[in-house]
Design a protein around this ligand. Structure first.
Ligand code: NAD
Ligand code: MG
Length: 385
C-alpha cells in the first residue's frame, strides 16, 4: 500500500501533536505533507524539520519571516495568514486533511479541502456546528468521506461498520461530566480558569477543556452527531459516564446496542480516522476488565449545566441557531480564559446572544458567516459592560 499523504491543519495543538506521533510511529503508512499553526512558530519549525512536509502555514503573519528563516536550509514552502490556509487546503500535495484547528477558524479550510476532493478526518466539531448542512452536502457532492475524530463520534462510526442497511434507532453519547460533575451553581459561581482546566480523564486544548467543564462540549457533539449520522434531534441522547471507558453507543431497531470501548486515549480515534478502513496495531495500554470493576451511568444535570440545555435548544431549532450558539460560546470561553467573566457568565452570554441575533431557517453559507460575525460582536459587547 502506498503512503497516505496527510495535511494536519492545527498541527501544534493537542490533536495535531498526537496525530504526528501516530504518523511518526507508522512512516510506511503516512507522511505529513502540510502542517499549520496559528502562533506557535517554534513548535511548527521543529515539526517541519522532523517531518519535512511540502508546505507549512503560520497563521500569525508577523511570524512569517521567523519561520521562513528557520526553514531556509530546507525545501519546505512557507506561507502565512488566514487566506493561505484556504489556498493550501486546495493544493494537490495531500490526500487527507486532519481538520484539527480549534473553533470557527477551521470551517473555511475544511470546506476548501472537500471542494477539491480531499477526504477529511474531522476533529474540528465547530465546523459541523456552524454549517453542518453545507459541509455534509459538499462532501456528498464530491463523494469524499468525512471521518470523525471526536472520540464519541469515532465510537459511533466504528459501531456502524457493517451496518449500512440498518436504521439507527438512536445514538447514546457518553460524557464524563467534567471536573464539576455533581456540583451546584453556588459552587460553580466561584470557579476559576485554572480549576476548570483540570479535566479528570482527558488532556486537551484549553477551549474544549472549558467546554467539557460547562457541558457545552456535549451539546456541540449532539449537533455534530446530527450532521455526521443524519439523525433527528430526538435520536441523540446523552448519558454521563464518569470513567470514559464506553466512548459512545448505537441502538438499532431490534433494541440491540453496540458500544465502542477502550481506555481514554485520543490517539486511537486519530489513528482509526487516518487509517480507515484499516486498524493499525499499536502498543498503547489495554483496558483490563478485571482491574476496572465498575462503570457508572447517570442523567446529565441540565438545570445546573445550562449550556447543554441551550445547545439542545439550538439543535432543535436548527437554521443558524447552532452557529449563533457557537460564536457566542467561543467569545465567552476566551473571556473566561482571560479571567474577564465568571464560569456561569458564559451561559448568560450564550443565552442572551441566542435571543438577540435574528433567526434564519435555511441560511446560505454567507448568512452563516454573517450570523457568526453578528453573534461575536454582540457577545463581545456584553462582556465589555
Ligand atoms: P488546541 O488549542 O490544542 O490546538 C488548536 C490548533 O489550532 C493549534 O495548532 C493552533 O495553532 C490552531 N489554531 C488556533 N486558532 C487558530 C486560528 N484562528 N486559525 C488557524 N489555526 C488556529 O486544540 P485541540 O484540543 O487540539 O482541539 C482541536 C479541535 O479538535 C477542536 O475543534 C476540538 O473541539 C477538537 N477535539 C479535540 C479533542 C482533544 O482531545 N484535544 C478531542 C475531540 C475533539
Ligand atoms: Mg468528544
Amino acid at each position: 500500500m502506498s503512503q497516505k499523504r496527510i495535511a494536519i491543519f492545527g498541527s501544534t495543538g493537542s490533536i495535531g501533536t498526537q496525530a504526528l506521533e501516530v504518523i511518526a510511529a507508522n512512516p510506511e503508512k503516512f507522511s505529513a505533507e502540510v502542517l499549520t499553526a496559528q502562533t506557535n512558530d517554534e513548535l511548527l519549525v521543529q515539526q517541519a524539520i522532523k517531518f519535512n512536509p511540502n508546505v507549512v502555514v503560520i497563521g500569525d503573519e508577523k511570524k512569517y519571516f521567523k519561520v521562513k528563516e528557520a526553514l531556509a536550509g530546507t525545501d519546505v514552502k512557507v506561507f502565512a495568514g488566514e487566506k493561505a490556509l484556504e489556498e493550501v487546503a486546495a493544493m494537490d500535495c495531500y490526500d487527507l486533511m486532519l481538520a484539527a484547528i480549534v473553533g470557527y477558524a477551521g470551517l473555511k479550510p475544511t470546506l476548501e479541502a472537500l471542494e477539491t476532493g480531499k477526504a477529511v478526518a474531522l476533529a474540528n466539531k465547530e465546523t459541523l456546528v456552524v454549517a453542518g448542512d453545507i459541509v455534509m452536502k459538499k462532501a456528498m457532492e464530491k463523494r469524499v468521506p468525512v471521518i470523525p475524530v471526536d472520540s464519541e463520534h469515532s465510537a459511533i462510526f466504528q459501531c456502524l461498520v457493517g451496518e449500512t442497511r440498518n436504521r439507527i434507532e438512536k445514538v447514546i453519547l457518553t460524557a464524563s461530566g467534567g471536573p464539576f460533575r455533581g456540583k451546584k451553581p453556588n459552587f460553580l459561581v466561584n470557579v476559576k480558569r485554572d480549576h476548570a482546566l483540570q479535566h479528570p480523564n482527558w488532556t486537551m486544548g484549553a477551549k474544549i477543556t472549558i467546554d467539557s467543564a460547562t457541558l457545552m462540549n456535549k451539546g456541540l457533539e449532539m449537533i455534530e452527531a446530527k450532521w455526521l449520522f443524519n439523525l433527528a434531534p430526538d435520536q441523540i441522547q446523552v448519558v454521563i459516564h464518569p470513567q470514559s471507558i464506553i466512548h459512545s453507543m448505537v441502538q438499532f431497531e431490534d433494541g440491540s446496542i453496540k458500544a465502542q470501548m477502550g481506555l481514554p486515549d485520543m490517539k486511537l480515534p486519530i489513528q482509526y480516522a487516518l487509517g480507515f478502513p484499516n486498524r493499525i496495531a499499536n502498543n498503547s495500554p489495554r483496558l483490563n476488565f478485571r482491574t476496572f470493576s465498575t462503570l457508572n451511568f447517570e442523567e446529565p444535570d441540565i438545570k445546573t449545566f445550562r449550556n447543554l440545555g441551550l445547545a439542545i435548544e439550538a439543535l432543535n431549532k436548527g437554521g443558524n441557531m447552532p452557529s449563533i450558539l457557537n460564536a457566542a460560546n467561543e467569545i465567552a470561553v476566551y473571556a473566561f480564559l482571560r479571567n474577564r467573566i465568571g464560569f456561569l457568565d458564559m451561559t448568560e452570554v450564550v443565552e442572551q446572544t441566542m435571543n438577540k441575533i435574528p433567526f434564519i431557517e435555511t441560511p446560505t453559507l454567507d448568512e452563516y458567516f454573517d450570523s457568526d460575525g453578528e453573534a461575536r460582536s454582540f457577545a463581545a459587547s456584553l462582556i465589555q459592560m
